[in-house]
Design a protein around this ligand. Sequence first.
Ligand code: HEC
Length: 623
Amino acid sequence: MIKKVLIGIVLFFVVIYLIFSWRSNNIPGESIIAELDTETLFNTRCGVCHNGGSTEAPLMSALKILPEEHILAAMKTGVMKNQAAMLSGKQHRQLAAYISETDKSDAAPLVVIGLCDEAETDDYTQASSQVDDWGLGLKNQRYYDHPDLKINEGNVGDLELKWVFAFPNASRARVQPTIAGNTLFTASQLGTIYVLNKETGCVRWTYQADAEIRSALVIGRDATGRADRLYFGDFVANVYALDLKTKKLLWKRKIDTHPVATITGTLSLYDDRLYIPVSSTEILSAADPGYPCCDFRGSMVALNKEDGSLIWKTYTISQVPEQQGTNRKGVPIFAPSGAPIWTGVTIDTQRRLLYIGTGENYTRPVTNTSDAIMAFALEDGKIAWVQQTMADDAWNGACVTITSRANCPDDNGPDADFGAPPILVRAGDRDLILVGQKSGIVYALDPDKKGEIIWQKHVGRGGTMGGIHWGMATDETTLFVPINDRGIYGIHKEKEKAPGVHALNVNDGRVLWSTIEKDRCPPLTLRGCGPGISAAITLIPGIVFGGTLDGFMKAYASRDGKELWSYDTKRDYKAVNGVKAFGGAIDSDGPIIVGNQLFITSGYAKFAEKEGNVLLSFAINDN
Ligand code: HEC
């Protein structure tokens, strides 16, 4: 039986490969493009990736939800700029109209629906329920232990859906909420900041940013501890400061001039500065054989929080990229490149350092700063040390596209970046930095010895979406490690897949328990389905919360990994703001738990998973 399924899978991919290679050999030159009907244009120029040919790309079912203007913007100025560069303005419009099935009447992102009934006053001062950032503190431990918590091992099974907020015209929801008093801050794929009533989900006010927001909105506080600002980065590398009183922009600053630079890791606010990680979508540009790949370098930026002025910027690669011959189609290649920063920023106030993890190099020759943990001095951005856990990882989007592989480096991969931020802990009488990589390996580093490895543990098989993808959690005694190990990927193919949650002893990496999630996905599905946990997880006393790629929100006992609660978020909802609402994959951001409530987003179509557009609020009835 298993053999038959395997043969079926192999045949399936062979057929797909044959279809796509036939298509790629038949991609018409520019002069012919002009004569193509829209469907052929889509199939030859876009469908090669969006019909399932690229494991990195959203499927058509996710694209059609997006409004025409957004699809147009993706081609003109956004992530698809290179893919659409050969096409005329008319063809851009044709394609956008062809892809989008959104009803024009509710397509305008600026029309806000679901406003709160009466003019409520924001109460940011409530002592309870404060989540200012993504990592639940500067050390990124993702552990919430606050006196206001009413959820525990005994009652977590009683969590029930309280309200649902739906992001209009979105195929994913991935901005982890931050919370001040009775107010919740989040944002959408279309770049709208939503300020909601945490109890009811109604909209207090909104702000429109220039591009998608992928990271959490960080709350700034005045001298009395009252929330007074929001800081965040957008998908085109702008950083913003909003004044919470006036609801207006205080300042905005572009922090990288590279055309495809982006901010997706959450910035950190410490003292009078913001520390921002810079990444790029140049791995996607690289999938175009005509693209001179690649000249982006990751960087860390420090800004003054008052006016956004630049304090320092340090690249993860010090050399400026230079031409290194040509790709397989004769187009120039540049190196060194890459080492982007996808992770959030961990602040070590005692050593006056910050820690981040980097991604791979895009081209060869490689550098010793890719797939590494790097320490930068808070003061001036000088690199204090580099611990590279995987050398020689040269990879880009050309390597997963069945057609256009011209820019894929020789001996490529395995694409083992860090997506999860380093975690700083006090373990007994010493400090440790705990890091988890897409390779499926967890490391404990010594911050006093330039990141020397104290222990390492191979927990998962690893892969493009992890292994460990977005974030682990710890109470400084036990480290909880989410493992994705999705389907066809695998960095360490010799290792069994271990999708689920694993508990490790912080002192030596010993595995205390493992809860493996069973595969619930339909067979031979094109969707990026999997039972594993790619999204970040969150810990409260006694309970680890994690959301699976196939959309289940789960609670596990931190003592032994026993499942305490599970909710399938892949379904349709009635949203408080009246927008068509549906859940899907849980990916990227993790749950936030405060008081008697739990918040989680559902829907994420970036890696061909099931799309969705909701922020769900669960609660325990404490009356
Ligand atoms: C080489 C593969 C590839 C090709 C060819 C390609 N795309 Fe994409 N596309 C992607 C990937 C990968 C993403 C996801 C990027 C991300 O979200 O980081 C994406 C995202 C998108 C999005 C979503 C943007 C958003 O905000 O979510 C749209 C719309 C889109 N593509 C349209 C197109 C159109 C139209 C074409 C043809 C002109 C095209 N794509 C060609 C790989 C491709």
